[in-house]
Design a binder for this molecule. Sequence first.
Ligand code: GAR
Length: 194
Amino acid sequence: MAKHKIGVLISGGGSNLQALIDASAKADYPASVAVVISNREDAYGLNRAREHDIPAHIINHKDYNTREAFDDAMQDMLERHNVEIVCLAGFMRLLSPKFVARWQGRLLNIHPSLLPSFKGAHAVRDALAAGTKESGCTVHLVTDELDSGPILLQAKLPVLPGDTEETLHFRIHEAEHRIYPEALRILCEKQPKK
Ligand code: GAR
């Protein structure tokens, strides 16, 4: 089975990257991870890629004068690996409109809240601070507006009495690892394979 080539952008631990790698290992899964790019050299997710012989590159945003120049460097790397779909997996940089336009309909993000609630970089903390009783995670297509593109899948889970940011985020992560591979499958099945 010909698989869609995926590029995964990370900034940290990469547990969602791991879920995508694990799904890719199955013969009937429609995608495989062709390249991983991190904007941080200390991102643990780089090790996860290397353990699976997946090319892993550091492209440090601090080495570029503009957001566009940084995104162009990522674009070059994605093209070098013939990437067809890009998955943001804990990638904590805003992308330029040019990059988003290039990947329109083929750029996915996972976010640790039930969007449209709690957008932004501290979604789990913000949900707890607001006293919400229900939380979860969302996989959506990326558009120019932060955390606002069309939703592919969501998973809901209760906020438990005594939850801390850490305990709630742990359970959200478990749900993320289920729905991210599933959402990517849905997107692949909609995209004609080149
Ligand atoms: C995930 O919970 C993801 O939803 C979140 O960062 C975490 C990365 O974990 N993303 C955002 O907050 C984006 N706004 P991971 O590195 O273990 O996959």
